[in-house]
Design a binder for this molecule. Sequence first.
Ligand SMILES: *[C@@H]1O[C@H](CO)[C@@H](O)[C@H](O)[C@H]1NC(C)=O
Ligand SMILES: *[C@@H]1O[C@H](CO)[C@@H](O)[C@H](O)[C@H]1NC(C)=O
Ligand SMILES: *[C@@H]1O[C@H](CO)[C@@H](O)[C@H](O)[C@H]1NC(C)=O
Length: 454
Amino acid sequence: MQLTRFLLSLAVSHIAGAVPAPDLDLQNLLKVPAGHPAGLFQQTVIGPEPPFSPGHRDPYDHKVDSVGDGIQPLPFRNGDGTTVMGPRNPDRERQNPDIVRPPSTDHGSMPNMRWSFADSHIRIEEGGWTRQTTIRELPTSRQLAGVNMRLDSGVIRELHWHTEAEWAYVLAGKVRVTALDTEGGSFMDDLEEGDLWYFPAGHPHSLQGLGENGTEFLLIFDDGHFSEESTFVLTDWLAHTPKAVLAENFGMSPQKFDNIPSSERYIFQGSKPGSIEHEKPRTFKKSKINFTHHMLAQEPVQTSGGLVRITDSTNFPISKTVAAAHLEIAPGALREMHWHPNADEWTYYKKGRARVTIFAAEGNARTFDFVAGDVGIIPRNMGHFVENLSDDEPLEILEIFRADRFQDFSLFQWLGSTPRRMIADNIFPDDPKAAEEFLKKIEGAEKDPIKDTI
Ligand SMILES: *[C@@H]1O[C@H](CO)[C@@H](O)[C@H](O)[C@H]1NC(C)=O
Ligand SMILES: *[C@@H]1O[C@H](CO)[C@@H](O)[C@H](O)[C@H]1NC(C)=O
Ligand SMILES: *[C@@H]1O[C@H](CO)[C@@H](O)[C@H](O)[C@H]1NC(C)=O
């Protein structure tokens, strides 16, 4: 209580600009750069001092919401470490409290597993833009590549196809998709936030922003080497085909092609689309395949700490190479300790802030923090959890896999289904009292993807 009051007075005096003078220069240690209002220190602080100061002790490595609380992380841990004297990037440090001060359980030299779309080059085109996170931006993004694209009202991502299959999640607005299947069946659908599409490799398609503000979506390709720059684009092909051949192919005179675009259009302002009914070609032959799916409209699985929706080829049959889970993690909840046996996880952070520790065997573990718009990689089989790091924002994430089925193993469930003697011998050889309590906790354990920890 006293500590809370001390922290509050520190925060308030900082806002007021009055500097208290404890023997440590705490004001400077916890300095929040201009333009970043100091929040209230709400998290549990173990030990007598604020979380990033020399006297702070936390043998249990509790999370600290440095963004929400407006605190500047510093590399002090349980009596070790010191201040930073050189140049700093305060915003990035605050977004990565567990990089600046890793939990004492981190060890080894695991490669980087985090990338922010904010660091991706943006290709700007007429009425839209696109940016990507592939193996080039994030070397651990081997199985999947992601693209974040925005198309304003009526703006078209032109007719094209590619070597990889494409899965997409609509983040905002409305979009029209068109596609053709290998039997000559056509497909058109209008989608909005929380809807998916999947186009198998090589299937030609187009996208157009609808409504007042068009759309923004996340595209996933089933190869980390994919590049949004190297798709097969209609106008690019026509521009690089002799006009005499265009004439033969379409049964028109070559002069009729004099004014076609001389290079790819890629993203451009199109004319206003009518309704699907109105726009269907007269000879429209409806595809037997459903290339779209309403993920957010699915009945969620209720867990003790949030909602889970899983979409894979069992409920979205065309999606043979991409499986996904949408998670809403409620206050104080934890995406439980688990791993995925069949594919690397490509995580997209849609809302909130999170802390994730990845366990890589041989004593290796590394912790990463994520904010909205970030991408995380968790290699196949590596144990991990997702902890809500924010004190006030909900956490919403997509776990995406190059697989036809979503699969995970819950540590809790596994231990609950293992002989009790085995568990006690493994974890609590010298502490029968703790063993007894633990065995009670895991009795009859079921998978609980998001756990209420309150
Ligand atoms: C479109 O964007 C404008 C400006 O951001 C906003 O005021 C408006 O509410 C948006 N319209 C819709 C339908 O989302
Ligand atoms: C595709 O399936 C969804 C159900 O997930 C349905 O709502 C939608 O109407 C179908 N679309 C077409 C074009 O068949
Ligand atoms: C996140 O966790 C903290 C601490 O457990 C809790 O106070 C907060 O309400 C949580 N927020 C959300 C939105 O999950």
